[in-house]
Design a protein around this ligand. Structure first.
Ligand code: RB5
Length: 159
């Protein structure tokens, strides 16, 4: 059963990932989610941080409940998305990691590599992530420590 708090999902991809992103969009719409598609929509070369930023900000601002980003590997998207405060983006190119991303790390953005997995596998990864239920408890304590890392280090006192 998919987490009931997730209604709207933001999607983004670069040229390497847009076809898989479109497939994921189809799957999500069939399941009744509202989708915000931030592009891209063609094979024309684009820069993945531009799409990571749009999706990460949509989630961070609570315009979307979660986000999904697709590039060639899922790596650049996650690195870029994780620069936004409040974002926990996880690259998952297998279903087990996707389930753990939800259950242990409460990842609010899923990143997939379209040059690593095919569209069917990507759809299965998304389903697994959506099915996962965050475990809380010790996992919440660890996430709180991650959130602490977002705070800038205290300035050293001037002499
Ligand atoms: C684009 O060629 C490629 O670098 C990008 O899709 C992604 O894999 C980066 O992590």
């Amino acid at each position: 059963m998919v987490d009931k708090k997730t209604r709207r999902i933001a999607l983004g991809a670069d040229h390497a990932g847009y076809q898989v992103k479109d497939r994921i969009k189809e799957l999500l719409q069939k399941k009744g989610f509202e989708v915000l598609d931030f592009g891209t929509h063609s094979e024309e070369s684009v820069d993945y941080p531009d799409y990571a930023r749009l999706v990460a900000q949509s989630v961070a601002n609570a315009e979307s409940d979660r986000g999904i980003l697709v590039c060639g590997t899922g790596l650049g998207m996650a690195i870029a998305a994780n620069k936004t405060q409040g974002i926990r983006a996880a690259t998952c190119n297998d279903t087990y990691t996707a389930r753990m991303a939800a259950e242990h790390t409460d990842a609010n953005v899923l990143c997939v590599g379209a040059r690593v997995v095919d569209a069917d596998h990507a759809a299965a990864i998304v389903e697994e992530w959506l099915k996962g239920k965050f475990g809380g408890g010790r996992h919440q304590r660890r996430i709180d420590k991650i959130t602490e890392l977002e705070r800038p280090p205290a300035l050293s006192r001037a002499k």
